[in-house]
Ligand binder design. Sequence first.
Ligand code: APR
Length: 311
Amino acid sequence: MARRSKVSIVGAGNVGATAAHWAAAKELGDIVLVDIVEGVPQGKSLDLSQAGPIEDFDSRIVGSNGYAETEGSDVVIVTAGVPRKPGMSRDDLLAINKKIVGDVAQNIAKYAPNAFVIVVSNPLDAMCHVMHHFTKFPRERVVGMAGILDTARYKTFIGRELDVSVEDISAMVLGGHGDTMVPLPRHTSIQGVPLTELLPKDKIDAIVKRTANGGAEIVGLLKTGSAYYAPAAACVQMAEAVIRDKKRVVPAAALCQGEYGYSGLFIGVPVVLGAGGMERILKLDLNAEEKAMLDHSANAVKGLVEALKLE
Ligand code: APR
């Protein structure tokens, strides 16, 4: 008899709780919410459990202030951290979230040593390094959620501009999760029709710019927090790909070991997600301009990684 999968979510704030919601709705498995604030993971998990009889899901959802409940998790989604406030860049969060994510990583290594870890805490690519460093997990089991979110923003704006279904858009945004991200219009198509044939350059440039600013646009509107519906949906898509061995091809922050010319660097690249975790990095043909943009983004990530001083 197959046992149920177990998904633990560390950080029961906006992204974490919303991820629990999407995961329960998809019946990905049993769900554990962990947070340092007493009562919050317990209260949210009880509330979400009580949606089960209405929405017809049987996931067992529990909340905890410790890690014992996460034992044997198949997937751990890490959203613990301090979110960006208006005027604060993702990079400002570096020192605070390094300490938080480092602590979470050591607990994951202890309680869920075989888990596939999805990092969401910002600054994303740097926090993947922290997670990889402190769990000592192989690169197949530590990835960062950014590319699916950035790509979803890009597709949303394209869909609106062309008045077509977002389901019919094929696209990927690579690079670090930040202002230097690399949307790829040359590799974007609508059911095979290149975007560059459907929109003039100035419109594409405006969409690319709005995509790169996508997180900040929402922070500016919300004022007291950052985006969470789309980030949560994105990490649940990654969890689902692994739990259901879907072999999804998505952009995600993965540890490059020679791919794209980078060594020992987490950066957003196309990956295959399945039962083996991050099963492989796909090589995309980049022209000189695209590679230069990716290099620029990689350099921004490298700067943060150096500032982390992980020995
Ligand atoms: N262990 C567990 N949980 C923690 C810890 C810790 N050491 N430190 C903080 N938390 C919890 C907070 O108590 C809070 O409930 O993490 C949660 C973060 O939730 P929010 O503040 O609502 O932030 P959210 O919008 O969910 O964003 C989480 O994702 O997109 C990124 O930049 C964002 O790093 C941030 C993360």
